[in-house]
Write a protein that binds this ligand. Structure first.
Ligand code: ADP
Ligand code: MG
Length: 235
């Protein structure tokens, strides 16, 4: 269980999170949605201790994460933008990360799933955005952690890889893991999410299942239901 209480974050005079209250149940897929700049990454990074909030609290599995770091060993994280060392080869990066983790890592099947074998001896700086994203996914799933947080894992991925990613996420979900994800591909979110939260202007505008959102907005289509939150709140 993740509990967020009265979370405020400002960057200078820009108020990005305006008192977020949120509970994320253990087990299942929880999606964070919202337009560009709505604070999704800021919220995700707050849970990881990579953004320090101005006020408010976050508890992960019962522990207040303020000034804590051990809980991070339970969390796998896929960053929105992965800054890989350009001159390192894919195989070298995988080996380096495996050596850093004090846990068993299994990347072999993931490398096969994402067809990364031909790229293992290439420099990370020479890879396309989509291929880098596949490496990002391998790094995320190769360690067995109960919490998986992914910030826009679908960005740059081809449709076949999005499908593979979906299968992996559903398999992890079946193991009882807690998966937190942001993505702009709404059909993907609709298929995998147990619950969604919609951020806008630093506040939560909706929290619940996709079917509840459709019911509330009286729209049978997920895209239209999302659009309806936006138009209603701006009205
Ligand atoms: P999202 O992930 O929903 O697109 P972000 O959380 O990345 O949104 O950003 C929310 C707002 O905060 C944006 O206006 C962004 O420019 C700003 N922002 C994010 N990080 C920083 C930072 N480190 N310094 C200044 N402004 C930031
Ligand atoms: Mg973001």
């Amino acid at each position: 269980m993740i509990t967020i209480e009265k979370l405020h974050k400002k960057f200078g005079s820009l108020e990005v999170l305006k008192g977020i209250d949120l509970q994320i149940k253990s087990g299942g897929v929880f999606a964070i949605l919202g337009p560009n700049g709505s604070g999704k990454t800021t919220l995700i990074k707050s849970m990881l201790g990579m953004v320090i909030p101005n006020s408010g609290d976050i508890w992960i599995q019962g522990e207040n994460i303020k000034k804590q770091w051990r809980y991070r060993h339970q969390v796998s994280y896929l960053p929105q933008i992965a800054h890989f060392p350009k001159n390192l080869k894919v195989a070298e990066l995988l080996k380096m990360i495996k050596n850093l983790k004090n846990k068993p890592c299994d990347e072999t099947s993931l490398v096969a799933t994402f067809n990364l074998a031909p790229f293992l001896n290439k420099n990370l700086g020479d890879l396309s955005g989509g291929t880098k994203q596949k490496v990002n996914a391998v790094l995320t799933f190769m360690v067995d952690n109960p919490i998986i947080i992914m910030d826009e894992p679908t960005s740059g991925l081809d449709p076949v890889s999005v499908l593979e990613l979906k299968k992996i996420i559903l398999a992890e979900r079946a193991k009882g893991k807690t998966i937190i994800i942001s993505s702009h591909i709404l059909s993907f979110i609709e298929e995998i999410s147990d619950e969604i939260v919609f951020l806008l202007d630093g506040n939560i505008y909706f929290k619940g299942s996709v079917s509840k959102l459709k019911e509330n907005t009286n729209k049978s289509n997920f895209e239209e239901a999302i659009a309806s939150i936006l138009t209603t709140s701006y009205a």
